[in-house]
Design a protein around this ligand. Sequence first.
Ligand SMILES: [Ca+2]
Length: 220
Amino acid sequence: MVNYGESVRYNYNVANTGNVPLSNVTVSDDKCAHVYCPKNILSAGESMTCNCTVVLTQTTTNIANVTGNYSGTIVSATANATVNVTPGQRTEMRTIGFWKHQFAVATGNNRGKAQIDSTTLQIYLPINVFGNEIKTLDEGYNVLWITKASMKERVIQQCFATLLNFKNGAATNDTFVDTNYDKSTDMKFSDAINMATSEFNVGNYEGAKNICDSINNMDE
Ligand SMILES: [Ca+2]
């Protein structure tokens, strides 16, 4: 049992119980991106522990899948677990200025105090913004602090902040958000992100930027 918005770390014990070595051993999880494993080859009888960390805002059942390869034959196994989450209030949407400050302090570019410590900030990463994967605190800082950003870069900045707000517990996929600056919620978060993605992909950068900007400012 964890509280709303807390992070959980899943550990996956992966064992090769057969009598042949396995290569390309990978673990995926439908509720946690980027499962880390110490190696991808397991000899017969060998085991390893992989892990993945994610922020939960609602009770979640994940399905983990492991696959391995023995001379062209794929073997696989699945397992699942449920983590109960105590319901809570969503945190406030924060503006891009808030996130710029958090990353500046976390990377040592600003000596002020931050509201979110660097360890928590790192747990929120990686975040993929329209195909741009932001993995490290430095990469996050560099994206947010681009000077004279083009409209395309401004979309990525705003939508990065929106996805940080999601990780910070300001929305679940089903939370209704304001996408058109009228302080009235109008669509689900997941639909809003899909709409912003569509606008970005057709080159309507200003339209995509406005969706994310409006969401980030809806609690101001
Ligand atoms: Ca609205």
